[in-house]
Design a protein around this ligand. Structure first.
Ligand code: CTP
Length: 417
């Protein structure tokens, strides 16, 4: 493998090692980072000590390996007393935090925000990106709970290095093997090369998910929106340094790291939450699939079936939140979404003009790889100068980054319609 000369000069890499056989590979990973002039600090969980020696890792990293959460009550005279708040400093110190190997146990603790050792406590207090390399036996990896936990970590904005398929420590063949140190090194190197903090200091309000408009105590008018696109926007914007407020309709998705989330149910609640949180925002992105109609009346309790066989609900229009924002612009750039099944560009352009937007993102749920519930999207973006950019199918996280790129370009381009 050819390495770029000194590609990591000045980078601070925090490495977390939990108790798995693959921990031996992390010794080599530390050496690769050091060879590229990165500063490396290693945290081990107590069970990792069963697999590799802190003496080895200390020699390779050039720093004392950190294991204990609390200071030694009887430190030797020569040893500096560790602070019981060192997890806070470690979390602020790293440019990136790489957890390799991450066992099923450590992953589960991270998902539930446990802080029972120095590694998990540092995960909770870190603001830097966290890259997780799960490594375990195939049965543990494919266990439904572990796989849900990994999905939740990913949704929360942790980066996951997929384990490889091959011979496992148990002697069995399967998926769960930690990739070779060179592979993880390359992943982290590329990650740091592409990592942008271009939204530092920017305040962004994002809405996501559907709204539920109640008919009675058990029924509602809603839609199939999963909220994935809006959550990925919040995730990407937060990774890029923005201060993100996410207003979400009912959505079963984990909140991205460092994002402040407000849950709402109805379009009226979303409207109020948006009004209360829109002041001082640099950008407002309305990706929520707000219901266009709500039931005129709310029936307390559960309505009984009528004998006639038909059931009519009288509806009224909901407030168009985006239109309201377009009419009360207060310095924020306004980005809307349009879901169109025909004449996408034409209809979306109309919406952009009519709602006084700075940009609109359009997708067609009938196109393969786009729409509700999928992890991918196929989008076109129309800016305020009516330039149209259309993109191939990509993940919703990639689409989110493209939207954030365009949003900034569009904010910089001076021409107003
Ligand atoms: N929107 C909103 N408030 C509503 C309805 C929609 O803020 N009551 C926003 C959505 O968040 C989205 C944009 O308006 O950013 C477009 O929504 P869409 O439903 O596609 O279009 P509509 O303007 O409602 O028009 P139509 O349903 O006729 O296509």
């Amino acid at each position: 493998m050819s390495l770029m000369p000194m590609s990591l000069i000045g980078k601070k890499i925090l490495i977390g090692i939990s108790g798995g056989i693959a921990a031996y590979k992390t010794c080599e990973l530390v050496r690769l980072f050091k060879k590229q002039q990165a500063e490396v600090r290693v945290i081990m969980t107590p069970s990792a000590l069963n697999f590799v020696s802190p003496v080895t890792l200390s020699a390779l990293s050039g720093n004392k390996v950190l294991i204990n959460m609390f200071p030694d009550v009887n430190p030797s005279k020569t040893e500096k007393v560790e602070s019981s708040t060192q997890h806070i400093y470690l979390g602020m110190w790293g440019d990136v935090f790489v957890i390799a190997p991450a066992t099923a146990n450590t992953i589960a603790k991270m998902v539930y925000g446990m802080a029972d050792n120095l590694l998990t406590a540092t995960v909770l207090s870190s603001r830097c990106p966290i890259i997780v390399s799960p490594a375990m036996d195939e049965d543990m990896y494919q266990n439904q709970i572990t796989s849900q936990n990994i999905t939740k970590l990913n949704e929360s904005g942790f980066w996951i290095i997929e384990p490889e398929t091959g011979e496992l420590a148990s002697g069995l063949f399967g998926t769960g093997r930690m990739p070779e140190p060179e592979v993880i090194f390359k992943y982290v190197e590329d990650f740091l090369k592409n990592y942008k903090r271009d939204l530092n200091g920017k305040k962004i309000l994002i809405t996501a998910g559907p709204t539920y408009e109640p008919i009675d105590d058990v029924r509602y008018i809603g839609n199939y929106s999963s909220g994935k696109m809006g959550f990925q926007l919040a995730n990407a914007a937060s990774q890029r340094g923005a201060e993100v407020t996410l207003i979400s309709g009912p959505a079963a998705i984990a909140t991205p790291r460092n994002v402040s989330r407000l849950n709402v149910k109805t379009s009226d609640e979303m409207f109020n939450a948006v009004k209360n949180n829109s002041t001082g925002k640099d950008y407002i992105i309305m990706s929520a699939a707000v219901s266009d109609y709500k039931s005129k009346e709310f029936h307390s309790g559960k309505m009984k079936k009528s004998g006639s066989g038909s059931f009519l609900i009288e509806t009224s229009k909901t407030v168009d939140i985006l239109e309201y924002l377009g009419k009360h612009k207060n310095g924020s750039k306004l980005i809307g979404f349009a879901l169109e099944t025909d004449n996408e560009i034409e209809y979306a352009t109309e919406k952009l003009k009519q709602k006084n937007l700075d940009m609109i993102v359009v997708n067609n749920p009938k196109v393969e790889g786009a729409g509700f519930g999928t992890d991918t999207n196929v989008i076109s973006i129309i800016d305020k100068n009516l330039n149209v950019a259309s993109y191939e199918k990509m993940t919703k996280f990639q689409a989110a980054n493209v939207i954030l790129d365009k949003m900034q370009e569009s904010a910089l381009s001076g021409t107003e319609r």
